[in-house]
Design a protein around this ligand. Structure first.
Ligand code: WTA
Length: 694
């Protein structure tokens, strides 16, 4: 395999260049939560791991921890050992004494004529308790069990999550846009007997049938040996059922019906160990099987509370709106757990940002007085494309704005800063991952200037380093693999039921001695390429593994390829990322057919159908290309890098050593036409460094 690092370096030339600094306003600094210039020293490695006690102290503990970090069994870190707490108590109960009447959630339905739904902390308390009573007494769930939740973005989703947390039940939320099959796989892997779903929700002006995915999910879990005993179905409008699929007698129950028996019931929060798994979140990796990232209760909650306070700069009177879906890690950490632990007012918007027009987010922000706004480059690009002048029409004012999920192009950053933020708002570009629980790199908003296109330095207590393929530390300006030298409280504990894969994927590459019991020998390998500038700011270049970041959502090429292979006529499939103006990257599919089978549009359609069925609509490819053969090495490995170069109009490089070099030109002509080799320079770095391993 040609070195990912080398290719990354070659691509830096076409990546955006260093930008100027932007400074936070005096007004922002005057009110900020973190202005201590000594923070770097306090969180230096000399003060590790005790520095993170400050985050844990933001929580309420039933029993204080005995040890900040137990690192005796690397890389299975244990934070705040001996401590006991409950996440639901920390996110709800403890706020009642001081502000039970404050809005915890303001739910904005997609239809603009439907009224807002305001859930105060007191009301959240009542609802979460009722659902917890139902989960315990109607479903028989207890501490340590797992529950899969497959729901759209409605307030009943965090209510269900917090009810699980109250009981010490580990939740596994599956993004609502995933298909029934994808949900079923995750049910089976997590060993859930209970599935929580919903009948319907609004998307782009349509009411969408969501419950239809339930039967497929239950069937596909069943095929993997996992029986789902109960399916709890929330209804978008209690009493009205908006799904075509019938309820299954004895298995499916409407939440609004069953909850009647639990009206006004309360459930004591269960005190769990800090290391008790709060949730699983599945994410894509290099194999076809998604990984269940297991997050702890104490370390995770402490880390998201700390970073919400110091990086999102949330104060008691702020109105905070994160546009992410709760079905992804951003929603878990920075809608539900971090902000609620601080007693924040959270806006939840059900629908599409551009519905019914691109002014919708700014109308919501103006109307509700949102002052902290959190979204992703893909949404920013889309809003800019459809309504570049829309924000100017509204009188909203943000003090802080977040971007997360993908590298943001400096040009897009500037629109966000100038037009959306009206040059008043500080921007934090936060780099992190499902696995990491919370932010890894970002500027501290009142202390460090912003630099478009760069996430920033490591967070307090996070010490990133760039390594080459041979474990050498690289100096500023050289691209390589970004790793974190030390553990931190938000890091996931393991891959559910697969500790070997956990060690292999995240630690084996850069661990000098697998027998070492010293955490210094176990840097965390993030799977992203990055470059550190002289000022210590990290620019993230993108994934170095077989993961495609589509509109900020991670899809594994192996998952996509194995879905394609479900079409019986297909012999081989290779999926590569293509640069896309709006969505960052989209997958493009190359397929080779079995001998004797003629190419046809039917086969192409079958591929799209399988991708949507097995994964979801987010996996829809830009195009499906049937090729005479895959470009291959002499040992038979598919050269995805060559296909990625063709799709992205980049030079294919030297292909003479391939087993079948002639096929490269055939494919190129097919994709790019017969003219001379076209090249574009505006392609981000992670495309051409795509792995060659088959
Ligand atoms: C990418 C989302 C550049 C990165 C929180 C990472 C980013 C993957 C940024 C994780 C950013 C996330 N700048 N790239 N600010 N944030 N990424 O697990 O490639 O859905 O590895 O977590 O998104 O995606 P995940």
């Amino acid at each position: 395999m040609s070195s990912a690092t080398e290719l990354t370096e070659a691509q830096i030339a076409v990546h955006w260049k260093e930008e100027e600094y932007f400074y936070p306003s005096k007004e922002f600094i005057a009110q900020a939560n973190l202005t201590d210039p000594d923070v770097e020293r306090k969180f230096s490695l000399d003060n590790f791991p005790q520095c993170f006690d400050a985050y844990a102290e933001l929580l309420t503990w039933y029993k204080k921890w005995d040890k900040t970090l137990d690192s005796s069994n690397p890389p299975f870190w244990k934070w705040f050992v001996g401590g006991q707490l409950n996440a639901s108590y920390n996110c709800i109960d403890r706020h009642l004494a001081t502000h039970k009447g404050k809005a915890a959630f303001i739910f904005v339905p997609e239809p603009e004529n439907e009224p807002l739904l305001i859930i105060t902390y007191q009301e959240l308390y009542a609802r979460v308790n009722e659902v917890a009573a139902l989960l315990r007494d109607f479903c028989g769930l207890k501490t340590g069990d797992r529950v899969t939740i497959h729901m759209p973005l409605v307030v009943e989703l965090p209510i269900t999550m917090l009810a699980c947390a109250r009981l010490g039940v580990t939740h596994s939320v599956v993004f609502g846009g995933f298909s029934g099959v994808a949900c079923g796989q995750r049910i089976a892997d997590s060993g859930s007997h209970v599935l929580v779903s919903m009948d319907s929700y609004y998307r782009n002006g349509q009411i969408i049938d969501h419950k239809e995915k339930v039967d497929v999910a239950v069937d596909s879990a069943g095929q993997e040996g996992q029986k789902v005993e109960k399916v709890l179905v929330w209804r978008r409008y209690p009493g009205q059922y908006h799904s075509q699929t019938p309820m299954v007698e004895g298995r499916d129950f409407f939440m609004d019906d069953v909850l009647k028996q639990y009206a006004n019931r309360t459930v004591e929060p269960v005190a769990v160990e800090a290391t008790h798994p709060l949730f699983l979140m599945y994410t894509s990796g290099t194999t076809a099987k998604p990984k269940g990232c297991q997050h702890s209760t104490g370390g995770y909650l402490a880390y998201v509370a700390g970073t919400s306070k110091y990086i999102l700069d949330i104060h008691q009177n702020d109105i905070y709106w994160c546009m992410a879906d709760i079905g992804w890690i951003t929603g878990h950490s920075y809608i539900v757990y971090g902000p609620l632990a601080l007693g924040t007012t959270n806006v939840l918007y059900e629908g599409v940002p551009t519905f019914p027009d691109a002014g919708r987010p700014w109308r919501i922000a103006q109307r509700l007085g949102v002052n902290v706004f959190h979204t992703a480059p893909t949404a920013i690009r889309m809003l800019r494309k459809v309504g570049p002048d829309e924000p100017r029409k509204y009188n909203h004012h943000f003090k802080l704005m977040v971007t997360v999920g993908e590298p943001i192009e400096p040009e897009v950053w500037r629109w966000y800063y100038d037009v959306v933020g009206k040059k008043e708002a500080v921007i934090v570009d936060t780099w992190w991952q499902t696995e990491t629980g919370g932010f890894l790199c970002s500027t501290i908003p009142a202390l460090k200037p912003m630099k478009p296109g760069s996430a920033g330095p490591g967070m307090p207590g996070i010490h990133p380093v760039i390594y080459d393929e041979e474990r050498n530390e690289l100096p500023p300006g050289r691209a390589g693999n970004i790793c974190i030298r030390n553990p931190w409280p938000g890091i996931f504990q393991t891959i559910w039921r697969d500790p070997d894969r956990f060690v292999k994927t995240y630690y084996a590459k850069y661990c000098k001695d697998p027998k070492s019991k010293d955490w210094h020998d176990w840097p965390y390998f993030a799977g992203d390429g990055a470059v550190c500038a002289k000022d210590g700011y990290f620019r993230i270049l993108g994934r170095v593994d077989d993961v495609i970041n589509v509109a900020g959502h991670r899809l594994g090429t192996k998952e996509l390829e194995s879905a394609c292979l479900m079409v019986p006529e297909i012999a081989e499939a290779a999926v590569v990322p293509v640069a896309d103006d709006a969505r960052g990257r989209v997958p493009e599919v190359y397929i080779a057919l079995k001998p004797g089978i003629a190419p046809s549009e039917t086969i192409e359609k079958a591929v799209v159908y399988e991708l949507e069925k097995l994964i979801g609509k987010i996996a829809r490819p830009k195009s499906v290309r049937i090729v005479p053969d895959m470009p291959k090495t002499r040992s038979g490995k598919i050269m995805r890098r060559v296909l990625a170069a063709i799709s992205n109009k980049l030079p294919v490089g030297d292909v003479t050593t391939l087993a079948n070099p002639e096929v490269v030109e055939q494919i190129r002509v097919m994709v790019q036409g017969a003219g001379p080799v076209e090249t574009t320079t505006e392609v981000a770095a992670d495309i051409a460094k795509f792995g060659d391993e088959s």
